[in-house]
Design a binder for this molecule. Structure first.
Ligand code: NAD
Ligand code: TYD
Length: 337
């Protein structure tokens, strides 16, 4: 089987390729990635010489290139996106270009290539924000209410995927997942930024009051959910995917990391809040559990510790990533923190 993975040099995409090639060694994988600031082929050095792995550098907005890359493909797994909320606040246009237009180009090419499945990776952020201290959770029936340029562009991509399924009969599935964490996570996101700042002896910036809640999903649990949806999922369906721990706020996450790393809370620096900051995300993943037998297997505390260890062991990976244009972004976002 030929599987085209878009955005396979990013955090989740590279974890997915490594996972898929371990579990499905006979499949041919084509990784189509533009290599933006977030793409890193170092993540894939374990498979780069595998004859079943091919890398194609290109932009998903480029229709000719995408059509060529999809020739003979059975499955498209679509991760490629601009993925960071804070960057979407600075520069929304690129988010619309890649996440909306890029997805539409891929959908068109998938129709032409007669692919058997187009699986779209989306986010719980399309559902907006839940109140703090409520028991509410997002599920597949929750109304879309995106509140950042990032989540609005992902919502647009979800609607296009569903439209191509309804209008043209393209065999699609979607997963809307919560915040992933684990190895190869780009250090602009909370957990890897906190770990690497501490390793550099810098403070950890916490937005606003720090009482914002995310639903944390270990990246390998996410990869297994995608695998199950590809193998057993129903065409045209959406599945929500989330973690096992309920309501851990950002301040608690950062304090846990500080404790694991033997540091004290005075390394926390409260900084200006993110505009339009969504207060709380929580996922009800009972549909994927009941229909496909999936549930998260990685406990947050245990795998947070292992993630810290991964960053400790892979200093050269994150030091290279934190060089160059990252420094410009960091200054713009955090000033002198
Ligand atoms: P990432 O930013 O780490 O990686 C994105 C990858 O896409 C990079 O390799 C980049 O080079 C590539 N890319 C960007 N624009 C491209 C373009 N125009 N053409 C081709 N390639 C392009 O992102 P991630 O965290 O791995 O997220 C992957 C997907 O999962 C995204 O669709 C994101 O919206 C979704 N998602 C992520 C999370 C999370 O916690 N990280 C949670 C929910 C959903
Ligand atoms: P992030 O990792 O950017 O993911 P998302 O915004 O997609 O959920 O942020 C996770 C939470 O951490 C979010 O509530 C914003 C907060 N945050 C900080 O407090 N400080 C930071 O430096 C960053 C990057 C995020």
């Amino acid at each position: 089987m030929k599987v085209v993975v878009t955005g396979g040099a990013g955090f989740i995409g590279s974890n997915f390729i490594l996972y898929w090639m371990r579990h499905h060694p006979d499949d041919a994988i084509v990784n189509l990635d533009k290599l933006t600031y977030a793409g890193n082929l170092e993540n894939l050095k374990d498979v780069e010489n595998n004859p079943n792995y091919t890398f194609v550098q290109g932009d998903i907005v480029d229709a000719d290139l995408v059509e060529h890359a999809l020739k003979g493909a059975d499955i498209v797994v679509h991760f490629a996106a601009e993925s960071h909320v804070d960057r979407s606040i600075h520069e929304p246009a690129q988010f619309v270009m890649t996440n909306v237009l890029g997805t539409q180009v891929l959908l068109d090419a998938s129709l032409k290539a007669n692919i058997k499945r187009f699986h779209h990776i989306s986010t719980d952020e399309v559902f907006g924000s839940l109140p703090l201290f409520s028991k509410d959770k997002f599920d597949e029936k929750t109304k879309y209410d995106p509140r950042s340029p990032y989540s609005a562009s992902k919502a647009g991509s979800d609607h296009l995927v569903n439209a191509y399924s309804a209008t043209y009969g393209l065999p699609t599935t979607i997963t809307n997942c919560s915040n992933n964490f684990g190895p190869y996570h780009f250090p602009e996101k909370l957990i890897p930024l906190a770990i690497t700042n501490i390793l550099e002896g810098k403070k950890v910036p916490v937005y606003g009051d720090g009482l914002y809640v995310r639903d944390w999903l270990y990246v390998e649990d996410h990869c297994r959910a995608i695998e199950l949806v590809l193998i057993k999922g129903k065409i045209g369906e959406t599945y929500c995917v989330g973690g096992s721990a309920d309501d851990i706020n950002n301040l608690t996450v950062v304090k846990k990391i500080l404790r694991i790393m033997g540091k004290t809370d005075d390394m926390i620096e409260f900084v200006k809040d993110r505009p339009g900051h969504d207060r709380r995300y929580a996922i009800d993943w009972s549909k994927i559990k009941n229909d496909l037998g999936w549930e998260p297997q990685h406990n947050f505390d245990e795998w947070l510790e292992k993630t810290v260890e991964w960053y400790r062991q892979n200093t050269s990976w994150w030091q290279r990533v934190k060089d160059g244009s990252y420094q410009d972004y960091y200054k713009k976002q955090y000033g002198s923190v």
